[in-house]
Each structure stands twice: as structure tokens, then as C-alpha cells.
Design a binder for this molecule. Structure first.
Ligand code: MN
Length: 128
């Protein structure tokens, strides 16, 4: 058994090419089938557009943010929320402009597929 307490997370800078703003990764578990990753977004920070071949469960543990699926309006997400995104559905997630947001990401199967598409300021603001 591995038992992680919040203080056990080893935060590192997320690869900047896939994000806007300041984002930290806290790897928890990656055993080839299950990938659990804490992700901490500074206010205004967000992912690029992407999808997960095996889907994704997000569990928000701190703050508040936005999540948008392709062809849908962005929705606000906050501490305690759990969100499931189906396989291959393009989306992005991030923090609100005035709040940080931390979530745990749970994925299985093939790695995240990053699209060459940033979330523009206009797209982001439209979600508010
Ligand atoms: Mn995602």
C-alpha cells in the first residue's frame, strides 16, 4: 500500500508547452495502467486543448476553476467536485482568474493527446 498525505506530494513545474500560466505537477502514481497526478493551477492558468484516449476523472481538492468540452459552454468547477470526461473528447481545464485551483487527474491507457491549440484569452474569458 502507498499512503500519500498532502505534504508528501513533490511538486514540479509542468511542461510549459502544454499550458498557459503557472502550473505545477505532483505525480502520485504512474504504473503503466493507472496515472494519478495532482495538478495545481495559479489564478488564470489552464491547459491547452487536449483529450485522453482512456477518459479522465478529475477531483477538485482546492480552489475553483473552469472546464470546457468541445462545442459546449465552459462550466465552473470547485473544491469537492468530481468530473468525468469520456475518451477522446477534446477539452481544457484550469483555474479562475481570481482563484488558484488544484485537482487530481486520474487516467488510464494511452497518454494524453495534446492538440496544437492554446486556450485563447477570448475563449477563456467567454467561460466566465
Ligand atoms: Mn483533461
Amino acid at each position: 500500500m502507498e499512503h500519500w498525505k498532502p505534504g508528501d506530494i513533490r511538486w514540479e513545474k509542468a511542461p510549459p508547452e502544454h499550458f498557459t500560466g503557472e502550473v505545477l505537477f505532483g505525480p502520485v502514481r504512474h504504473d503503466g495502467s493507472l496515472n494519478v497526478l495532482a495538478v495545481s493551477f495559479a489564478p488564470g492558468a489552464r491547459t491547452d486543448w487536449h483529450y485522453h484516449p482512456g477518459g479522465q476523472v478529475l477531483y477538485v481538492t482546492e480552489g475553483a476553476g473552469l472546464l470546457q468540452e468541445e462545442d459546449e459552454a465552459a462550466v465552473e468547477i470547485a473544491t469537492g467536485d468530481v468530473i468525468y470526461t469520456p475518451p477522446d473528447l477534446a477539452h481544457w481545464h484550469g483555474a479562475l482568474p481570481d482563484s488558484p485551483m488544484t485537482h487530481y487527474s486520474h487516467t488510464t491507457g494511452a497518454p494524453t493527446v495534446w492538440q496544437p491549440r492554446k486556450v485563447t484569452e477570448e475563449e477563456y474569458r467567454r467561460g466566465l
